[in-house]
Design a protein around this ligand. Structure first.
Ligand SMILES: [Zn+2]
Length: 365
């Protein structure tokens, strides 16, 4: 319920002013540190935790409700007590960050409002419930450089999930999994160098579903895994990021954390089906490097006049400095969405590391 002073002037106009405490709360909320959600960075948070002293967005406030012994949330539209407003004035997002995010490792994934609920919830629990980042002495399992355990892995043929032993070893530079508990030879060795991991709960059909992508014999492979304990799964995810971080620090000496962190894992901007079309020599590896327009990468609707889509009619031509790649989409809307996604990538300048990736693609058939 909104609490307000109602003023009626002699001319008959009606004005509503928030009452004293709520007006003070608005002042606290207007502070730069409180302009975005303390947990996901969403602008204009409209909830606050009375126990933690932070402002959060509505989506995060729902996750705070899941830890009532730690956090008690209230809408900023409610009627506020003076003591609660004072607490938020004394604390606020910056003070809380200094306490709860004191020792977040550089590689640790900080979710945004676009990430899946499980990832956002675990970030909130890691900070406020498990106090994972408050003490330097506390060694979290994902920092160790070695991790071993069981994950449910989707079978290639029947789509059934089977328990498989996984080992991540920075020393060996690889993530491996084994088909049988006693098997000595791994079923797959995924090099940390080529590894990507991204949560795909809807696609995998599990809130903790993780898609792991790697290169084998120059082609992209995917495996789909989950752990029934969300904390375990997020620990695996961050262990993979830690291993990638340490690998990249060696591969690109002198690069700053700000340059390396975006390279640890990538979320897919858009995923879906396009038909590969065009000449037969088509790229075997299943990946196309997309650089910036400043480096002569462009995308245009349609296909060269000599080429037709095999089944689908809505063509897309991607022009790279080396050659053209031709795709076709089923619908015009899909074609538009894909072109927009490619353009978002091409509008960004390439980072120094991306020149190395580009060269890697050019030198492979
Ligand atoms: Zn939020």
């Amino acid at each position: 319920m909104k609490s307000a002073n109602v003023l009626v002037s002699t001319s008959g106009t009606l004005t509503m002013e928030p009452e004293g405490n709520n007006r003070l709360l608005q002042d606290v909320l207007a502070r730069p540190d409180n302009e975005t959600c303390a947990d996901c960075g969403n602008p204009e948070p409209d909830w606050a935790s009375l126990t933690l002293g932070v402002f959060v967005c509505q989506a995060c406030s729902l996750l705070h409700r899941g830890i009532p012994h730690i956090s008690r949330v209230k809408s900023i539209q409610g009627a506020w007590e003076a003591s609660d407003v004072e607490l938020l004035a004394d604390l606020g997002n910056n003070v809380a960050k200094a306490k709860y995010e004191q020792n977040v490792p550089a590689f640790y994934y900080r979710p945004t409002h676009t990430d899946c609920k499980m990832l956002r919830e675990q970030w909130i629990r890691a900070k406020y419930e498990r106090n994972e980042f408050e003490f330097i002495e506390k060694q979290e399992p994902y920092t160790a450089g070695y991790r071993e355990g069981f994950l449910w892995k989707r079978g290639r043929d029947n789509g059934q999930f089977l328990s498989r032993r996984f080992i991540l070893s920075e020393r060996e530079g690889a993530l491996k999994y084994f088909n049988k508990q006693d098997a000595r030879d791994p079923k797959a060795v995924m090099k940390i160098e080529t590894l990507n991991a991204t949560f795909q709960p809807a696609k995998i059909g599990n809130p903790c579903g993780l898609q792991i992508t790697y290169l084998k014999d120059n082609s992209t492979r995917n495996i789909f895994v989950y752990h029934s304990d969300p904390k375990e799964m997020v620990d695996w995810f961050n262990a993979i990021r830690a291993a990638r971080f340490h690998y990249l620090q060696v591969a690109f000496p002198g690069a700053s954390n700000e340059e390396l962190v975006p390279k640890l894992t990538r979320n897919f901007m858009k995923e879906g089906f396009m038909e590969k079309t065009g000449p037969k020599d088509a790229y075997a590896r299943g990946e196309v490097f997309i650089g910036s327009k400043e480096n002569s990468y462009t995308v245009q609707p349609g296909l060269p006049s000599t080429i037709q889509g095999y089944h689908w009619n809505h063509g897309i031509t991607i022009v790279t400095p080396d050659r053209k790649f031709l795709f076709a989409c089923e619908t015009e809307a899909e074609q538009r969405d894909w072109i927009a996604a490619f353009q978002r990538v091409m509008n960004r300048p390439m980072r120094p590391q991306e020149y190395a990736v580009e060269a890697h693609f050019k030198h492979k058939p």
